[in-house]
Ligand binder design. Sequence first.
Ligand code: SF4
Length: 408
Amino acid sequence: MSTQTSIFDGGQRLQMTESIELTVQSMQAYGPTHDHWGIAWSGGKDSTATLTMICWLLDTGKITRPKTLTVFYADTRQELAPLAISAERIMDELRDRNIAVEVVRAPLDKRFMVYILGRGVPPPNNNTLRWCTRQIKIDPMEEALRQRLDGIEGSILMITGVRQGESAIRDRRIEMSCGKDGAECGQGWYQQVLPNARGLRGRIATLAPLLHWRVCHVWEWLKHWAPEADFGDWSTRAIADAYGGDEAEELNARTGCVGCPLAQEEKALETVLRNSQWSYLAPLRGIKPLWRELREPQHRLKKAGAERLKDGSIAKNPQRMGPLTFEARLMALDRVLAIQFACNDAARVQGRPEISLIDAEEEARIRELIALQTWPQGWDGDEPTGDTVMETVYQNGAVQPLLFGKES
Ligand code: SF4
């Protein structure tokens, strides 16, 4: 809701209690205008702080209860283990309070691992259209909301964990990017894209009641306040611990998928691994380099020349690189399964929780898609691999022949 920032005009270094008070004010201003509320929760630090704060404000009567409240947990299957485990616990705590929780997941074929390793779409990067956030977070959330709205009259107030700290107060803008330190991937999209989605326009208002919170307030709430009985007895301490315990206050940790190909560094994973309880997850370090490797030409097909589009024009990039070869997909599947096996082997020895990067259903579907010789739209599989030396074809149809003739 764009008018929200005006509440916080001119604020500088707001203190914790003042931050909470401003959250109460924003909820009091916008909450009662909607009978139905939803909370878009990813299990990351900002949306968990938002979720538990709203529940506490409701429990203590500081804000008025809506007719219905539904928590939508965005389960990407790509979350860091400590966060996924905490999310499970918090879901139990929500259900104990009779709060409706809906687990929102992409359909099998659209999930990150299945889409890459089964369908053959290369891992996302910063230079190409980023398909992952929309596909594993936004579209499933849109669908869940569509179904929810089918069952109610009027609109829903969607509460997000977008948090911009002091810069929000200064800049009056919401970052969409999850590449920025501290941002929680997807939350900015929930805030700005969902209300305008097909079939949802006019029926969703969004509100980010922790928009003004500084990151130190988030840690303070998750570590010291929310776990106390007076504030709801929530299992949030483990989330803060996953990000570095007492040192977390210094870290404006970004939250997102493990091995996210778009993040510069895997700060969250490295912080988790510094905790001796989680160090058995060290093989997860192998995921990010694997995604980078898969983008290399030898693992992909490319268009051989002037590709005619439906309207008769020639594609902008006539020799663009495309999907992953079957060999590359199988190689990567083996590598991910080996990483999963190594983590879980260590987990069993140490009596620690096991992880699931690719479950049995996903593995079966990946192998099936490969066996069915599935290619993404616009590719047949008879294109040359990306490392094939060829004459260069330009968009205007001009051809630059090979200097030394075609390789045999
Ligand atoms: S965290 Fe990274 S991989 Fe996951 S959805 Fe966001 S951009 Fe994509």
